[in-house]
Design a binder for this molecule. Structure first.
Ligand code: PLP
Length: 423
């Protein structure tokens, strides 16, 4: 078929413009619903790439943004500070693991990871200690900028840049049955080389297809790193702010990471912003009379007050008692759905955590990430008015917390229908 993709002058992300379907022009959003230019309604079953817990065009967050925009919309953060940032750091300190004490702002998940990796490497440089490599999981995803890409293990995202990436050592993900293999791989790495850091997506690898592993397995890995002076970086860009059923995935652990990366739901899915949080110990590695020991990293919109105001409003909503109740209700529905689906002859495995449920569909061959089967599923869901973006043969749901029971049931129904009709 001839290319019918009309994108105007736009170049879309992760898109082969020659073969992709035309993008859908969305004109309005409310709650978990979106409407296109023809008035067709969609359920946003993946919270618009995992960013939107409290619904589209949320009036509470919108008002907070408006108020900030008409008070102080932005001011440079070099040499200046402001209450929206100061108070946001204080509030985050109340809910993050209690060793997280210093907050560095940037614009998105990838930059949050860049900051974490650069700070880890420079910490040891400042000390004159040779630790120049990092460890990451197989099939990790940490973003699309260079260091984040280097840490990522999904090869088709990074293949073209192989020669230009910092070298990263990889260990297997400790999915059930592989805990020992993962632990031993880490132990043998740290026994032979002094690494600067170990970066991981705690408990759920989002982009890999919502691959899940246990808090006990991760705690063991973190403890090995602590014994060897390797910084641990929890990339909570996807998992943060309630998605796993607790404020942060790290809340399930009995060990604390040294660094955390936050973005996506930080502003309730409204304004791009990210934070990398650090222990005092790491901050002190930069604190010196020598100007060269400073972290020479920054972004023009660092700690944008409007973004901070959005984050404050999103935190207000997250910390309401009813929010955790909603998340628990969604987990319960997902769990019932998972048990039903596990009996389906086409379902190979299924898993649930927080607002996430993932089904692995049985296939004869390995399905590629953006392959034909995945595209057929995607089109089926879009046609039915449910926004789901399968990964290879994995169909996952990551709902906003405000989703209603009828909307949830509609999502499940459409997935079940896909199992009958899409091959
Ligand atoms: C999405 C994501 C990133 C990258 O965030 P961007 O805002 O897209 O740059 C990094 N890490 C994880 C775990 C993510 O899910």
């Amino acid at each position: 078929m001839e290319n019918t993709l009309y994108t105007g002058a736009l170049w879309h992300p992760y898109t082969q413009h020659k073969t992709a379907l035309p993008p859908i022009k969305i004109t309005r959003g409310e709650g978990a619903q979106l409407w296109d230019e023809n008035g067709k309604e969609y359920i946003d079953a993946i919270a618009s790439w995992w960013v939107n817990p409290f619904g589209h065009s949320n009036p509470y967050i919108a008002n907070a943004i408006y108020k900030q925009l008409t008070t102080l919309e932005h001011v440079l953060f070099g040499g200046f500070t402001h209450d929206p940032a100061l108070k946001l750091a204080e509030r985050l300190m109340q809910i993050l693991p209690n060793n997280q004490k210093k907050f560095f702002f940037s614009d998105n998940g990838s930059t949050a990871v860049e900051v974490a990796l650069k700070a880890s490497l420079q910490y040891f440089y400042n000390k004159g200690e040779k630790r120049t490599r990092v460890i990451a999981f197989e099939d990790a995803f940490h973003g699309d900028t260079f260091a984040a890409m280097a840490a990522s293990g999904i090869s088709f995202f990074t293949e073209a840049f192989k020669g230009s990436l910092i070298e990263v050592a990889r260990i297997p993900v400790p999915v059930p049955g592989k805990e020992q293999e993962s632990l031993e791989a880490l132990q043998s790495l740290v026994a032979t080389e002094d690494f600067a850091a170990f970066i991981f997506e705690p408990l759920v690898q989002g982009a890999a297809g919502m691959v899940m592993y246990s808090p006990e397995a991760l705690t063991d890995l973190i403890n090995v790193c602590k014994e060897h002076g390797v910084f641990t970086i929890a990339d909570e860009v996807m998992t943060g702010f309630g998605k796993t059923g607790k404020n942060f995935a790290c809340d399930y652990l009995t060990a604390q990471p040294d660094i955390m990366c936050l973005s996506k739901a930080l502003t309730g899915g409204t304004i791009p912003m990210a934070i990398t949080s650090f222990t005092d110990h790491i901050f002190n590695g930069f604190y010196s009379d020598d100007v060269n020991k400073a972290l020479f990293h920054g972004h023009t919109f660092t700690a944008n007050p409007t973004g901070c105001a959005a984050a404050h409003a999103a935190l207000d909503l997250l910390l309401q008692e009813t929010t955790m109740q909603s998340i628990a209700r969604i987990t319960e529905s997902h769990t019932a759905f998972m048990h039903k689906m596990l009996k389906h002859p086409r379902v190979k495995t299924a898993r649930v955590l927080g607002v996430i449920v993932a089904l692995e569909i049985k296939r004869d061959a390995t399905e590629s990430y953006y392959g034909d089967f995945r595209n057929k599923l995607y089109r089926f869901f879009i046609d039915k008015g449910v926004i789901l973006r399968p990964v290879g043969n994995i169909v996952y749901v990551l709902t906003p917390y405000i989703i209603t029971e009828p909307q949830l049931n509609r999502i499940y129904e459409v997935i079940e229908q896909a199992l009958e009709e899409v091959f």
